[in-house]
Design a protein. Structure first.
Length: 272
């Protein structure tokens, strides 16, 4: 059975993808940060590995242990977090923190597995991006920046890996049911001094309500299974596409970037 290493398997897309791929016959190496989540993945028959992408030593240890237990046939880089807030209120430390996980740690883990894939003559790298890797919307500047960067880095890696047997693919979900909003609250509270912002009234009228008040699903929101199916295709298609888009907003954003003037895109983004 092929083996896949998946990051961010505590909940949401990562957890659902791990279960989905396991049901399709994959041996799953699932990474989490907490021992409770690791124990839960082991109870489901997965190989659970501790990983904190913001910690270089943790990344190195995870890659080494995975290769030792391998061989590893594929890597799914899913782990990421959000830091909501206006760009003008985003301190350097907050931007650094989100890039450490969403980009630098992901890149570090990928680099450590590429020699393993080269030795095998084949491998599949799937990077989970976002509709916000295609278009930006207000209050999401840090996350948007990290996903735009991931998109560009993945495009170049895909070009550079041609002829090596290593396929590099992007999966771009739109609104997906997950805990990313709730999980973003501690990062918001740590880094964003919204009460000192000139936008304090806007925070109170919009972002704080979205973060702290219960609400129903977003329009067009799909369950994590929609992304899991796209990840499976990205891993199993003999000749994978460069991108697999999930949800209608992602498809519309992709076409909008190609066809609409910037002013029109900005109009839609402000109303998102």
């Amino acid at each position: 059975m092929p083996t896949v290493l998946i990051t961010g398997c505590s909940s949401g897309i990562g957890l659902d993808a791990a279960r989905h791929l396991q049901s399709r016959g994959w041996t799953v190496f699932a990474t989490c940060r907490t021992e409770a989540d690791l124990a839960a993945r082991r109870a489901e028959g997965m190989t659970a590995l501790p990983l904190d992408l913001a910690d270089e030593a943790s990344v190195a240890a995870c890659a080494a242990e995975a290769i030792a237990r391998g061989p590893i046939d594929a890597l799914v880089n899913n782990a990421a977090f959000a830091l909501p807030g206006a760009v003008e209120d985003l301190p350097r430390g907050g931007l650094r923190a989100i890039f450490e996980t969403n980009l630098f740690g992901t890149h570090d883990l990928t680099r450590r597995l590429i020699p393993h894939f080269r030795d095998q003559g084949a491998g599949r790298i799937v990077n989970v991006s976002s509709v916000l890797g295609l278009v930006g919307i207000p209050w999401r500047g840090a996350y948007v920046a990290s996903k735009f960067a991931l998109e560009g880095l993945t495009d170049v890696l895909r070009l550079e890996m041609q002829g090596t047997g290593i396929k590099v693919v992007l999966v771009e979900p739109g609104p997906i049911t997950s805990r990313i909003r709730a999980n973003s609250i501690p990062h918001f509270e740590r880094w964003i001094d919204w009460q000192a912002s000139p936008r304090v009234a806007q925070y109170q009228a919009s972002l704080l309500k979205r973060l702290y008040e219960p609400s129903g699903p977003d329009r067009f929101e799909l369950p994590p299974a929609a992304t899991s199916r796209a990840i499976a295709r990205a891993l199993e298609d003999r000749s994978p596409r460069a991108r697999y888009r999930v949800t209608r907003p992602t498809t519309l954003a992709a076409y909008g970037r190609r066809l609409l003037p910037t002013a029109a895109l900005d109009w839609f983004a402000r109303r998102s």
